[in-house]
Structures are given as C-alpha cells and as structure tokens.
Design a protein around this ligand. Structure first.
Ligand code: COA
Length: 383
C-alpha cells in the first residue's frame, strides 16, 4: 500500500445555514480543499453523510455533490456510518488511493440538520440506534448516553461537576476557531446550572446540532513537495454491538480500544507519542470513555485528565483543540472530516492561540452510534 498525504483542506463554519442548500454547504468545503491543494480535478469523490435522505429528502450524495462541483465522470459515492460517516468516507478514499486504484481523491463530510424541527432531528438521529430494541422504546441518543453516564457515575463515584473541564476546555478553544458554532466561554457554575436535557446530561454536556462541511484532498505522499508534509500514519476501524444493552460492559468502548490499538501498531507508536487527540465528545461521558479505551487513562479515570488540567492546549494530552463536538459543533456526518482538517491545521502550525507547540502526531477518533462504529486515524508531520 502507498503512503498517503493530505494535500488540501477546507471547511465551512458550523452554523444554521438556512440560506444555503446541502450542495452549497458541501460544495464550499470541497472548493476550498481543491484550491488549497492547487488542483482542479480529482480521480474520485467520497462523501460522508448521515441524515440527508430524512432531513433534505436527498440521497445519492456522490452524484449530487459531484454534479455540483463539476466531477461528472469519475467515481463518486456516499459512505454512511452514522456520526462516524466522515471518517468512514476518509478511510474509503485512503484505501482507494493507497491501493493505486486512483491517484487522487476528494473527501467531503457534509450535513444539514437545522432545516427541520428539533424533534424531527432527534428522530432522524435515533434511526442509527437499534430500531427494534432501542428506538422502538422511545429512547433518543441523548437518552442512551444519559443511561451510560449515570451508570458510570455510580460505578466509579464521579459527580456531575467532575465532567465540567471537558466542556470548559472545548468552549475555551472554540473561542479561537472562526469555524466553530459556539463562541461563548463557560464557567464551572454555568456547566452545573444549565438546562437539563436527559438527566444527568444537561445542555453543557451535549454537543449542539448544526450545518457544516469539511473536506480534504489526498494523494500519494511521494507527489507532495509542500512542507511540512502531513501524512496518514494509520487508519483503523472496528465495530461493537449496535445496542448498548447487548454489551457485556456498557462502560467500555470496545471498538475504540480495538481501532486505536490497531492504529498504534500500524504507526509503530504508543499512546505516549500522541500530541493531540481530537476525540468524539458528542456528550461529556463519551470523552471520558474514549480516553480510557484508547489507552490514555485507566478504567473509570477518564474524567481525571480534565480535572488535572491535562487536556488543554498546554496540557499533556490536548483534546478538542478547535472546540470539539461540544463547541465547534456536531454536524453528524461531517464531524469526522472536521477532526481530520483540524489535526492537519495543528500539524501545519495554523492554529494560533490554541496551537499545540511542537505537535508531530495527531489522532482523531470518530464514533458512529453509541460506540458501534469507531474509526481511529493517526496523522503525522514530516518536515
Ligand atoms: N451547548 C451550548 N449551547 C447550546 C447547545 C449546546 N449543546 N445547544 C443549543 N445551544 C444554545 C443555542 O446556541 C441557542 O442559543 P441562543 O438562544 O443564544 O441562540 C439556544 O441554546 C437554543 O438552541 P436550540 O438549537 O433551540 O436548542 P435545542 O434546545 O433545540 O437543542 C439540544 C439543544 C442539546 C437538545 C440539541 O442540540 C441536541 O439534541 N443535541 C444532541 C444531538 C445529538 O444527539 N447528536 C448525536 C450524538 S450521537
């Protein structure tokens, strides 16, 4: 397999883009990535998206977006893995270019969520849970995560306020990201006093819905003269049971453990070598579970990293350096691509106030459903 480099990146602000259609939001990120790569054409297009059939009444996003951006002949497909769709599309593109089947690929993660009322969006999201045994019972994703969080607090003795650092760090970092949805610093007091969504998850534990797109152009690394060169050191994916209640241990993200382990082996590194971790903080409990399963904290101790100040841009393991899902926003099928774009920005040294000094290796982890589909990528900077 060939080594792959990220040549161009592009993203839109995560927002309520009521004045733009799905094709315009996706097209904007795609054109920005192509311009950044200095390319006018690519050999294939991969689109990550989750909700377009239900929210926008539009399927077949490969042809839909390819048509809009002028790719009329080459392979164009959509890849879907719920909230993990973005990274799943990225991985498909990697496989195609690494195998030598195509020479270049454009990957676009795009989602429009705010054109429908909140209850419709909640129902659309719930379609990624187990239809027979979860959604049928009326539980939403917030509800499922609330059950997991309550169990975690019970098992390991954490209080709700112990999760505040995840949210405070995300909001602080988003202040310096022009593409973030929420630009508002929060305090521990605000974290505790926010409106309840599904106990114990309140508004400050949850990621906001939003519209947005992020894109990259990838090519074989040997073609890239630009310095620093950002290469993909590892790509791994794993799957768990779709329903949380079917898991032997609902507090362990097995697919995060398996995919991160495989990624470390592929890159020949250990968790200690990771300089930045863009994790999937759809809810604060997921940040803690992801840190534990990926080897950064002992079982039940994920929250400790936040309390000890280790997750800020100056800490031992900076996470959510551009605001994470919590404050950059979580346009579900686009999120995995935002993570890839953000780590690329960090490795290029383009992150200003939240730049992580000397960052050489960045990790992304994108989660579909309540931990059912998990993709882990490692990017590295080559000077
Ligand atoms: N954190 C902080 N502020 C938030 C927020 C969040 N998560 N979500 C919304 N807000 C703010 C908005 O900016 C808005 O502020 P404004 O009045 O100053 O403009 C206000 O709260 C109301 O926004 P609105 O969009 O009407 O919120 P809502 O009550 O309809 O939805 C949630 C809030 C948390 C219920 C919704 O965002 C949600 O369902 N999130 C989870 C999505 C999800 O499950 N994703 C999949 C994960 S697997």
């Amino acid at each position: 397999m060939r080594k792959i480099a990220i040549l161009g990146i592009g993203q839109t602000k995560v927002d309520e883009h009521w004045d733009k259609s799905l094709r315009e939001v996706g097209g904007e990120a795609a054109f920005l990535a192509m311009r950044d790569a200095g390319m006018e054409n690519v050999d294939a297009l991969y689109v990550g998206n989750m909700l377009s059939p239900t929210i926008s009444g539009q399927n077949q996003l490969g042809a839909f977006l390819g048509d809009w951006i002028g790719l009329w002949k080459q392979e164009s497909v959509k890849v879907e893995a719920a909230c993990g769709s973005g990274a799943a599309a990225f991985r498909s593109a990697l496989m195609a270019v690494a195998s030598g089947d195509v020479e270049s690929a454009l990957v676009v993660g795009v989602e429009k969520m705010t054109d429908k009322a909140g209850r419709d969006v909640t129902a659309a999201l719930a379609a990624a849970a187990d239809a027979d045994y979860e959604a049928e019972q009326g539980v939403s994703f917030v509800g499922i995560n609330a059950l997991v969080m309550r169990r975690y607090m019970h098992e390991f003795g954490w209080r709700h306020e112990d999760f505040a650092p995840f949210s405070i760090n995300a909001h602080d970092n988003a202040m310096h990201n022009p593409y973030a949805r929420l630009h508002e610093k929060i305090t521990a007091e605000k974290f505790e006093r926010s409106a309840m969504v599904a106990a114990p998850i309140n508004l400050m534990d949850a990621s906001p819905v939003g519209d947005g797109a992020a894109a990259v152009v990838i090519v074989p690394a040997e073609r890239v003269r630009r310095k620093p060169r950002i290469v993909v050191a590892a790509s791994a994916a794993a799957t768990d049971t779709i329903a949380v209640h079917s898991r032997k241990d609902p507090l362990f993200l097995q697919a995060a453990y398996l995919s991160s382990k495989q990624a470390y082996e592929m890159a020949g590194i250990t968790p200690k070598d990771v300089d930045i971790f863009e994790l999937h903080d759809a809810f604060s409990i997921m940040a803690a579970l992801s840190l534990e399963a990926s080897g950064f904290a002992e079982r039940g101790q994920g929250a400790r990293l936040g309390l000890d100040g280790e997750i800020t841009p100056k800490g031992r393991l900076p996470v959510c350096t551009r605001g994470g899902l919590k404050a950059r926003g979580h346009p579900v099928g686009a999120t995995g691509m935002y993570q890839i774009v953000e780590v690329t920005q960090q490795l290029r040294g383009e992150c200003g106030e939240t730049q992580v000094d000397g960052a050489k290796t960045g990790m992304t982890q994108n989660i579909g459903g309540s931990g059912a589909s998990i993709l882990t990528h490692l990017l590295q900077k080559e000077d």
